[in-house]
Ligand binder design. Structure first.
Ligand code: ADP
Ligand code: GLC
Length: 478
């Protein structure tokens, strides 16, 4: 079996703040079907190491990892092969993986450079149990220095790949940090690690990894453009030959209405049973009577996600019979804006600020439609959960949203192929019009049921995409 070391800052079922964790957690299972043995390396955030239980084995040690001792504990958690980088001076602290209530941790550059350093060292030297990867697969800026450490250190035949989950997060830090982060000074050039006078861990990966992927074909194209590339479009264009857009899948073991323990089960055939979830959800949120579609939104509340466009559309949407349930957290001004809408119209709009995995399942099951009005969306998972649950997605036609939802145009409806509603460009008018179409389509039960069933039958699991990763790893092998 070939071996691959996946390096990331979050992973389901250990720790999740967004879609990155879903993807990192699902890949090992999916790749095993293609003969790839994947282990996932994560920081040992508080409480994680004990979850290894009796499977824990010390597999790597670093006497001095950026200011303190470190070791790697390997083992299994809920069937997943994990490696936890235990470095108390970096990871044993209160708060989330990136910061606490006062903001991001000030030493995040060191915290994730250390993860990347340890990853590169383990890849080059192998682990205590003899396991040595052929490929190092880094995810996002947090693992961005790993391909650079591999490239700039002693020669090795281990190949590296970086996956861009979101180019908006670049891991930028001061130029003066080169030395502290153990990077060779001569690499601080516009063709190397420099990014507009700063040091960027994401750019480090983009210039040193053997291959680059992002999480949808449309985003792979968008990234080359000035309006989406966020300053990295030039670097990416230079490496266009090795940039691949591989669409995320979803973990259907965790996300399937037929077998989801958080909901009343239903299937494409027995869609009637979805109504129980709808009624329970309306009850849980205390909404009043309404005739139109129940839209749900489960999201980070940020401008990336287009949340600021929603308030201006709500009076018409609710007047036409719709209702909206929101679960999310993020920008305080957007949280307040959503709460204000709920105050103004409590029988039609309800908002929960926070993060709640079980509630998200109940919302995907009970909603009629899921809103994803993103300005940019590398892949997006909530529209796919919506499709899987017969909860019709209403999305901005960008990135992975564009690749996963078939808009209900007259032609797509006539062909019986539509799975959702897509609008472009991402602005208030576009969203308002999309919500008008939602109300109209929902009113036509025959068309609506067809759209629901189409979405539920769409191939959204990892079968195809994991094959693409495996094929890409194979092209890197000597
Ligand atoms: P991103 O990673 O950019 O936030 P994705 O759509 O890829 O967007 O993934 C978001 C993931 O986080 C999904 O699994 C979604 O269900 C989940 N999620 C987002 N906000 C919440 C929340 N407040 N409570 C529970 N789950 C959430
Ligand atoms: C990022 C992106 C999101 C994508 C997820 C998993 O968080 O914002 O679009 O689905 O990563 O790849």
């Amino acid at each position: 079996m070939h071996r691959v070391l996946s390096v990331a800052s979050e992973c389901v079922p250990l720790l999740k703040t967004g879609g990155l964790a879903d993807v990192v957690g699902a890949l090992p299972k999916a790749l095993a079907d293609h003969g790839w043995d994947m282990r996932v390396l994560l920081p040992a955030y508080p409480g994680l190491a004990t979850r290894l239980g009796k499977t824990a084995k010390a597999l790597w040690t670093g006497k001095e990892l950026f200011g303190g001792p470190a070791k790697v504990l390997g083992g299994t958690i809920e069937g997943l092969d994990v490696l936890l980088l235990d470095a108390p001076h970096l990871y044993d602290r209160p708060g989330g993986p990136y910061g606490d209530a006062t903001g991001d941790h000030a030493d995040n550059d060191i915290r994730f450079a250390a993860l990347s350093w340890a990853a590169a060292d383990m890849a080059r030297m192998g682990l205590g149990d003899g396991w040595k990867p052929h490929v190092l697969h880094a995810h996002d800026w947090q693992a961005g220095f790993a391909p650079a450490y591999l490239r700039y250190g002693p020669e090795t035949d281990v190949k590296s790949l970086i996956t861009i989950h979101n180019i908006a997060f670049q891991g930028n830090t001061g130029a003066e940090r080169m030395k502290a982060l153990r990077l060779p000074a001569e690499q601080f050039t516009p063709d190397g690690l420099e990014y507009y006078g700063h040091l960027s861990s994401l750019k480090a990966a983009l210039v040193t990894a053997d291959a680059i992927t992002t999480v949808s074909p449309t985003y792979a194209r968008e990234l080359m453009r000035e309006d989406f590339g966020m300053g990295m479009q030039g670097v990416l264009a230079q490496r266009a030959g090795t940039v691949h857009g591989i669409l995320n899948g979803i973990d259907t073991d965790l996300w399937s209405p037929e077998a989801d323990p958080a909901i009343h089960a239903y299937s494409a055939r027995k869609l009637g049973d979805k109504k129980k979830n709808r009624a329970a959800l309306i009850d849980e949120f205390g909404l009043g009577y309404f005739e139109g579609p129940l839209a749900v939104l489960i999201s980070r509340l940020t401008t990336q996600k287009g949340i600021d466009l929603i308030p201006e559309t709500l009076s018409e949407f609710t007047w036409r019979g719709g209702a909206l349930l929101v679960l999310g957290s993020g920008d305080p001004a957007l949280e307040r804006a959503m709460l204000r809408e709920a105050d103004l119209n409590p029988s039609r709009i309800a908002v929960r600020i926070g993060y709640d995995e079980a509630l998200s399942h109940r919302m995907f099951a009970g909603g009629d439609a899921v809103l994803v009005p993103s300005r940019f969306e590398p892949c997006g998972l909530t529209q796919m959960y919506g499709l899987r649950y017969g909860t019709v997605p209403v999305v901005a036609a960008t990135g992975g949203l564009n690749d996963t939802v078939i808009d209900a145009t007259p032609a797509a409806l006539a062909a019986g192929a539509a799975t959702g509603i897509a609008f472009h460009p991402t602005d208030g008018l576009g969203l308002a019009q999309a919500l008008r179409r939602l109300v109209d389509l929902y009113a036509d039960k025959k068309i609506w049921t067809r759209m629901q069933r189409n979405g539920m039958k769409a191939p959204l699991d990892w079968a195809q995409s994991s094959g693409k990763y495996a094929a890409l790893y194979e092209t890197l092998m000597p």
